[in-house]
Each structure stands twice: as C-alpha cells, then as structure tokens.
Design a protein around this ligand. Sequence first.
Ligand code: SAH
Length: 246
Amino acid sequence: MPRTHAALPRLYVDHDLAGGTQLTLGKDQSLYLAAVLRKQVGDEVVLFNGRDGAWLCRLVSDSKKSVGLDIVERIAAQTPRSELWYGFAPLKTERLDYVIQKAVEMGAGTIQPVLTKFTQVSRLKHEKLVANATEAAEQCEVLTVPVVEQEMTLERLIDSWPADRKLVLADEGEAASSPIEALTALRGQKVGILIGPEGGFSDEERAKLRALPYVVPISLGPRILRADTAAVAALAVIQATIGDWR
Ligand code: SAH
C-alpha cells in the first residue's frame, strides 16, 4: 500500500470495486464517514473488499444516512489471504478482542478459537469476533479480512487437521530454548500456531498433541507468558523466520 494514501480512512465493503462505478455505503459506514470523520463531498477514502484490491474513492454525496462514492482508481492490487493459521483458546471479553486484533495485525489468515480443558469461555459471539477482525484489517491495511472460524474443541481440531499443514505448538512445558531452528525447518510449509488458555494445556492435551506427527512444539523463552503475550510472541517469531516479514 503506497504510504501516500496512509492518512485516508479505510473501509471494508462487500461490494464489487471497479473503476468508474459508484456505490452507496450503508447507514453505519455513512454515519462514520459523514458524522464522525466529517467527510464531505470531494473528500477521499480507501475501500477494499478482499477480492479487488484497494481503491481510492471520492465522496459524491455526504448524507449521514447514505454516503455516495465514486470509485476512482485502484491503489493496491489484491493479494492472496495469508496462509498462516492461528489457533487459540479464547480468553474473556476484552482480552479476546485484543488477541483477535493482534492476530490480524500479525498477519494470520485464519483465526480459529479452540476449546481446551481449561478454556475459560465456551460460547463466543462470532459476529463480534468478525467485526473485531474487520476493524483491525481496516486499521492495519491488510487487503483481506482473516476468516474467523466458529469455535471447535481440541479433539475436533485434531480429528480434522489437514495432512499438508504443520502445527506449531506453543508449549509452556517445553524446555526454554529459541524456536528459530525448529521454525526454520518448516520454511515453505503451511503452518498453524496453537496457543493454550490462561490455565495452559492439560497434561493429557500436551501429551496427545506432542505425540502427533505434524505437531512441532516450541518454547517462547524461560518465562511463562500470558496467553495474549504468547500469541503476539509466537506470531512474531513465525513471521520473522518463515513468514511474510521478509
Ligand atoms: N500453564 C501456565 C500458563 C499458560 S500460558 C499457567 O497456568 O501459569 C497460556 C499459553 O501461552 C500456554 O498454554 C502456551 O500456549 C503459551 N505460553 C506461555 N508461556 C510460554 C512459553 N514460555 N513457551 C511456550 N508457550 C508459552
């Protein structure tokens, strides 16, 4: 994304985006642009839809109920959704919003809540998680909104794990060591990362996971990290060694 458009508001829409066409925003986004940001006719915004790249658009009407936009020019070509899979045991409320936001910023393409024995929550408001992911995507200028899956149990995850993907397990029981070597060995392969709940994985869960051929346990250092810290640390070390930070 050229930095020249960095200051413009970015909105995710589910419309097709093509030059020379127009679109009218829904109530919420119109209110946000016209009332909150006080955008007026002639002002510019960037829209993306996860399929057609990012487009520079110009307001042709600025009613708080329905802002009209000219779709002017494509400023970033569409990129494929990230292959990085992020599995985590959901945390309570605001920390749950936090880990969703961090997973998007750190480049996850799929966000999978996993219910483990010590997971604190069992019912999730899926549409709220999707809204969080969408807002994070707008802010951090990704071109696709990561897919937030419905929660599933660890057993179901193991039963349905695809044969072509490695599962990096953030294992707090692993002897403190650098994960760089273990991760570098995965270069070029599809990977997922799994972070446990505040109470950690149960002994049975850890033993079961570590026995699986596609699981690669890693340490995230000598200290016990909070689950949301572990999420960012694990995603960072993966992106920096074998991910899209290069
Ligand atoms: N069982 C510990 C904390 C679990 S922390 C306790 O109850 O105090 C939550 C999750 O973060 C863990 O399940 C693990 O996935 C990850 N994590 C935290 N510290 C880690 C470390 N030093 N190495 C690897 N993973 C870690």
